[in-house]
Ligand binder design. Structure first.
Ligand code: MLT
Length: 324
């Protein structure tokens, strides 16, 4: 009897402490884990949102770059982080494609996370180093087909959208190139600028400044329609790669078990950031589209992730490239 009473008291105290902790949340800095290198496109989105969310939450949002395995080192880390409301995770399509690309993953994208919100959608661009011989898309296809043995394609590894887009490009024109994996397209872009690699697919959130500065050659965008910020760039589909479409979507997650009240407040902070004029302008300048408010719910992110797993699974399996 005494034991029962003590247990009830302890539970009551524990619940009250938790409620109090959540009520005050956040009382210390929050970590936003980014699965690719600093300076790259995912990092740009995370830091832009993080700076604005810091204002909304009254606590610093610290970006932590955890590199490796095409984003999967970070995903596994985030899945196992304490569900105390102080670790969140931002990832893109790789959260869905990795389930087909990797034979073994130490986390389950559909079971090990709470879903916070979608954020932005980003077009990709097909690029080459500045002195690459091809001057337009048709020349690129001809040149790549004739010189496939000596052309390097930079990617951020299996699970990265640069690899997915690069794989689709190779398949569409019927070549196999040497893929050079980096720990993010930040370092891959440095290699492209330095002439150590030849071609790359990458998101406008990193490529627009380089394209505008004339530091790289641009052959097209991967969206169905042209991109406002690069009005002269044709889509790959309109240049002959029928139905070629890759749009990069970003979602924010928390470890499974993070209290709902915290997830809801984080969701509100993400939404506030997406309405922040500084964020809107930066995303606009970089060709990223802010996802409409109605879609920025935890439920909508869960539905999107499930549908993307169904969509990309067969594409990837047909590509026949897997990792353990
Ligand atoms: C990055 O942030 O480096 C990219 O999103 C990697 C990728 O291509 O997926």
């Amino acid at each position: 009897m005494q034991f029962k009473r003590t247990l009830v008291t302890l539970l009551a105290v524990g619940t009250a402490a938790l409620a109090h902790a959540q009520g005050n949340w956040p009382t210390k800095p929050i970590t936003l884990v980014v699965p690719f290198a600093a300076g790259g496109p995912t990092d740009v989105v995370a830091r832009t949102l993080g700076a604005s969310m810091t204002k909304a939450l009254g606590q610093t949002v610290i970006v932590e770059n955890k590199l490796g395995a095409g984003g999967n080192v970070a995903a596994a880390y985030a899945a196992k982080a304490p569900a105390d409301g102080y670790t969140f995770f931002i990832h893109h399509n790789g959260m869905a494609t990795s389930t087909a690309l990797y034979r073994k993953l130490s986390y389950d994208a559909l079971k090990d996370f709470e879903y916070v919100s979608q954020a932005v959608e980003v077009p990709m661009t097909l690029l080459a180093r500045k002195d690459f011989p091809a001057n337009n898309f048709q020349e690129l296809v001809t040149y790549v087909k004739a010189n496939k043995e000596k052309i390097n394609l930079a990617t951020a590894g299996l699970g990265a959208v640069s690899q997915l887009c690069g794989m689709m490009f190779q398949r569409a024109i019927g070549v196999t190139l040497t893929e050079v994996p980096f720990q993010g397209t930040g370092p891959a872009m440095n290699a492209l600028l330095g002439g150590q690699v030849d071609v790359m697919c990458d998101q406008t959130t990193q490529t627009v400044p380089q394209i505008k500065a004339g530091s790289v050659k641009l052959y097209g965008v991967t969206t169905k329609d042209r991109v406002k910020v690069l009005p002269n760039a044709p889509t790959l589909a309109e240049q002959g790669l029928k139905d070629f479409e890759v749009v990069v979507w970003h979602g924010i997650y928390a470890p499974k078990g993070t209290p709902k009240a915290v997830v809801d407040r984080m969701n509100a902070a993400v939404r506030a950031a997406l309405r922040d004029p500084d964020v809107v302008k930066r995303m606009d300048d970089l060709g990223a589209e802010i996802v409409p408010d109605a879609k920025n719910t935890p439920e909508a992110l869960h539905v999107l992730l499930k549908s993307e797993i169904d969509k990309w699974g067969p594409v990837i399996r047909a590509g026949g490239k897997f990792a353990d």
